[in-house]
Design a protein around this ligand. Structure first.
Ligand code: NZQ
Ligand code: ZN
Length: 392
């Protein structure tokens, strides 16, 4: 087992009706004025936003609002939010929504707490020295941003999607009522489940041995999400299935399933981020579309690990050699994605990639030749191109 630090400062308030505690939770933070940040309308339609306002009023918390966050959240709205925070002397941001809203809130928090252009952090030109405190009311189980240290933003200038991580942006609290996710379209529920699984799979595919505890947690988490995702496809209002998936979403990306590992692979996420930036695809769907091609491309570098995944997660009967077992595991995962109506290729998302577009994706993903990605096998620009090609 590798040395590790496990830091999860977020207070989780989980269960039915918990959103009514939001005002009180914000009050405990001792702030003067709150920015309520939300997406493109689902929280207005469901009445959740109104309930949050009432809860803030009850706790005597003054607030201003900024809606309009879109999936693959945009830098332009982040700039708008930063200005609003400065003008209104906001000192706390409440994100009411999913990963996109939370990530946008984190970016606004960085911008408001630091001088200069916030995009510098996402370009890795500077590191942030702070962030406004963030609270979350979660409406979709997916990205895990409610407990993660990261934020992913898309810059419309060049359509670059970039992430920045630091403990400053960890949410102070996350209100998680599984009932709030019952209004999700089926596609978003499925896409969220893929993302949740991928956060553990990215960590599971590492170069370490001997992690009984972490591997066991990871394998069980993955099986739990698969089982409950299938239930939700036919019974979207099943509270327990919603609850299992929601809790798994946070545990999958708060660092738990990476404890004692080398950090994991993460190449599929990097490959997907470029698809999200260029084509605005739902993040989880994009991951499902590239994962199989990534897995086949790198599996020879870690056949034992892939075979373990096949047997312990996908329930495949072991073959006489690890590579054969590994292939069966990859096929079984793709079959599972299909049962959720998730894509297993880029074409499945309605995108016909041209030769130039595949090259452009690889160039952007390698930061124009300046980085490699992945740890199972280090991938350079040409490897990335080959995977996009195989996934197209
Ligand atoms: O904007 P509204 O109208 O709210 O609609 C959203 C959006 O269209 C809708 N939705 C959310 N909750 C709903 C609902 N519709 C009905 N009922 C509800 N209860 O769902 C759509 C997707 O929302 P979004 O926030 O984009 O989903 P998700 O949580 O999957 O977030 C995706 C973003 O997170 C990033 C992704 O790259 C992507 O940009 N990620 C962030 C991470 C992090 N910060 O740690 C890690 C992830 O790997 C990921 O990269
Ligand atoms: Zn993800």
């Amino acid at each position: 087992m590798e040395n590790f630090q496990y830091y999860t400062p977020t207070k989780v308030v989980f269960g039915k009706g918990t959103e009514d505690q939001t005002g009180q939770l914000v009050a405990e933070q001792g702030c003067r004025k709150v920015l309520v940040h939300y997406g493109s309308g689902s929280v207005v339609r469901s009445g959740l936003l109104e309930r949050i306002y009432r809860s803030l009023d009850k706790a005597d918390i003054p607030y201003v609002s900024l809606g309009g966050v879109v999936p693959n959240p945009r830098l332009s709205l982040v700039y708008e939010g930063i200005e609003l925070c400065r003008k209104e002397n906001v000192d706390f941001i409440l994100a009411v929504g999913g990963g996109s809203v939370i990530d946008s809130a984190k970016a606004i928090g960085y911008g408001a707490a630091n001088d200069g252009d916030v995009w510098d952090f996402y370009e890795k030109k500077r590191t942030a020295q702070g962030c406004l405190p963030i609270g979350v009311v979660l409406t979709i189980a997916a990205a895990g941003s409610e407990m993660s240290d990261s934020s992913v933003i898309t810059n419309e200038n060049g359509w670059l999607k970039r992430g920045y991580s630091s403990n400053y942006a960890r949410a102070r609290f996350a209100v998680m009522n599984p009932e709030l996710t019952m209004t999700l379209p089926k596609y978003q529920t499925a896409s969220g489940c893929v993302d949740i699984m991928m956060h553990t799979m990215e960590r599971y595919f590492n170069r370490c041995d001997n992690m009984e505890m972490t591997d066991g947690i990871s394998e069980h988490l993955l099986r739990t999400v698969m089982k409950n995702a299938e239930i939700l496809m036919s019974e979207p209002d099943d509270y327990n299935a919603r609850a299992e998936v929601m809790w798994a979403g946070s545990l999958s990306h708060n660092g738990l399933t990476g404890c004692g590992t080398d950090g994991g692979d993460w190449a599929s996420h990097q490959l997907e981020h470029e698809l999200g930036g260029m084509f605005d695809v739902a993040h989880g769907a994009g991951l499902a579309a590239v994962w199989g091609s990534w897995a086949r491309y790198v599996m020879d570098a870690a056949p034992k690990r892939f075979a373990k995944f096949a047997v312990n997660v996908m329930g495949v009967a072991p073959e006489s050699d690890d590579t054969m077992t590994a292939v069966k595991g990859i096929e079984a995962m793709e079959e599972f994605y299909r049962t959720l109506d998730m894509p297993v290729s880029i074409r499945d998302m309605g995108i016909e990639l041209s030769e130039e577009q595949m090259r452009e994706l690889a160039e952007k993903c390698s930061h124009f030749g300046k980085r490699t990605i992945g740890c199972i096998r280090k991938l350079d620009t040409e490897d990335m191109y080959q995977i996009y090609r195989a996934a197209r």
